[in-house]
Design a protein around this ligand. Structure first.
Ligand SMILES: *Cc1c(COP(=O)(O)O)cnc(C)c1O
Length: 469
């Protein structure tokens, strides 16, 4: 874990650390050249979501569904029970969620947003509010489409990319209390708690915070639902940073954290180490009945929820692999390795480094580019042009427009995300990435911004097109 970047040279007494896996099968990737990259970027309207993956060298667009499955998971794929109803793989998935996350009732869904859709519809009455520790794109949209108004209750430190708070994902309990006082407890549908907080830079929530949040919510009868997408990584930070948790395993911490919440939705494409899948789990029987009924309309029967039996088997095995301490330490350790290199080279990134990604602070790369000329989108484009590395905008484009005024929402954080897939790239890839980021940073003063030329109505960052100003 304690890694010295290898560019610092061999040191006496140094003990290196390496991944707890070895490679059994490889996927060749294409080396790209500058002229082809320029052409491809223009074809893609300067949006990395529209690049063809074939034209990408190192793909850090997302850690979603991009993990490498283990030999055990692939073996599990051969054990798919593709019965329409009652597949044995469903029962395996159900028991893995019960064992490691601790919830009583489980509904499979095709991926995380399928679960968000069901829960938002079942738990929100139009006109209510949902309070969350910063928004996530698909989560907030489903909550808004179900008639809720989203209120951000994350601590102020989360909006400052240089603040070193160890748990920047924490909920500000005073903000929750003020919301309750303002609108009334019956108007707060639930707390939408995410661990870690993707949009804040993969920042964790502490055990102390969720414990206190539960006490507050119990006083008003407000449920807490957890976005458990990267909760395993969150557990690692608790183990590392919170007094009393150093001696506990990731699995123990995960289960304790979940016990303070009333249910969870999951994008299994992240922590659970699969290429597709999700689930929803709750403790309340009546809510479960509603969800189990709704899943049939939108996803599939309640014992497959849009997944093949083999997918559910891979998730069940992935859940168990994901909570192994060695795995989590190496996963977060690789992200941290890249972060430490960039920090040593004075490149502006969100600190402290989170669990799944490095977030480059585009405002500090490009102080001369105003936010309505999309600095983070520009940075993602420049990184691709420099070396074929694909990243993602997490700034004004992702934040979308205010539904009331129609104006851009201007988030305090204007970030470009380098997301590390699990068990896919080596430390040498991380070195190449760090060097490319440095080259783009050095060229920053000459870089011009972008203008929007096409904007879709929903989740515009996926399909918007830009041109160079
Ligand atoms: C990816 C993600 C989701 C949505 O899950 P999908 O599987 O992509 O539909 C929800 N919340 C968070 C925090 C995520 O990162």
């Amino acid at each position: 874990m304690d890694q010295t970047p290898k560019t610092f040279g061999q040191q006496a007494g140094r003990r290196s650390w390496a991944e707890p896996w070895k490679i059994k099968m490889v996927e060749p990737i294409k080396m790209t050249n500058p002229a082809d990259r320029q052409e491809e970027l223009e074809r893609a309207g300067y949006n990395t979501f529209l690049l063809r993956s074939e034209c990408v060298y190192i793909d850090l667009l997302t850690d979603s569904g991009t993990s490498a499955m283990s030999d055990r998971q692939w073996a599990g794929m051969m054990l798919g029970d593709e019965a329409y109803a009652g597949s044995r793989n469903f029962y395996h998935l159900e028991s893995a969620v019960q064992q490691y996350y601790g919830y009583r009732y489980v509904v499979p869904t095709h991926q995380g947003r399928g679960a968000e859709h069901l829960l938002s519809r079942a738990a929100i009455t139009p006109g209510q509010y949902v309070a969350g520790n910063m928004y996530f794109t698909t989560t907030r949209l489903h909550q808004e489409m179900a008639g809720a108004t989203f209120v951000d209750v994350i601590i102020d430190e989360a909006h400052d990319p240089e603040n070193l708070h160890p748990f920047k994902g924490n909920v500000d309990l005073n903000k929750v209390q003020r919301l309750i006082d303002r609108v009334g407890a019956d108007k707060v549908a639930y707390i939408s708690l995410a661990g870690t907080v993707n949009m804040a830079g993969g920042q964790p929530v502490s055990m102390g915070n969720v414990r206190e949040l539960r006490l507050l919510c119990d006083r008003y009868g407000i449920p807490i639902y957890l976005d458990a997408t990267r909760m395993v990584e969150n557990a690692f930070f608790i183990q590392e940073r919170e007094p009393g948790y150093t001696g506990k395993t990731i699995a123990e911490i995960l289960k304790e954290f979940c016990s303070f919440t009333h249910g969870a939705w999951m994008s299994a494409k992240k922590d659970n180490l699969v290429n597709i899948g999700g689930w929803l789990a709750v403790n309340d029987w009546d809510l479960f009945e509603e969800l189990r009924n709704m899943v049939v309309i939108f996803e599939g029967l309640h014992t497959y929820g849009g997944l093949a039996g083999r997918d559910m088997e891979a998730i069940a095995i992935g859940i168990e692999e994901a909570v192994q301490d060695d795995h989590v330490r190496s996963r977060v350790g690789q992200v941290r390795y890249l972060g430490e290199l960039l920090t040593a080279w004075n490149i502006p990134i969100v600190q402290p480094v989170g669990g799944h990604a490095i977030f480059l602070d585009a405002k500090r790369f490009y102080p001369h580019i105003p936010q309505d000329q999309f600095p983070a989108q520009t940075l993602a484009a420049e990184l691709y042009l420099d070396s074929g590395i694909r990243s993602m905008e997490r700034g004004v484009v992702s934040a979308g427009r205010d539904p009331q005024t129609g104006d851009h929402r201007y988030p305090a954080l204007e970030l470009t995300r380098l997301t590390i897939p699990r068990r896919v790239y080596t430390q040498a890839h991380m070195d190449v990435v760090a060097e490319a980021v440095q080259a783009v940073f050095e060229a920053a003063p000459q870089t011009r911004g972008l203008k929007l030329v096409y904007e879709p109505k929903y989740l515009r960052f996926f399909q918007a097109r830009f041109e160079r100003i």
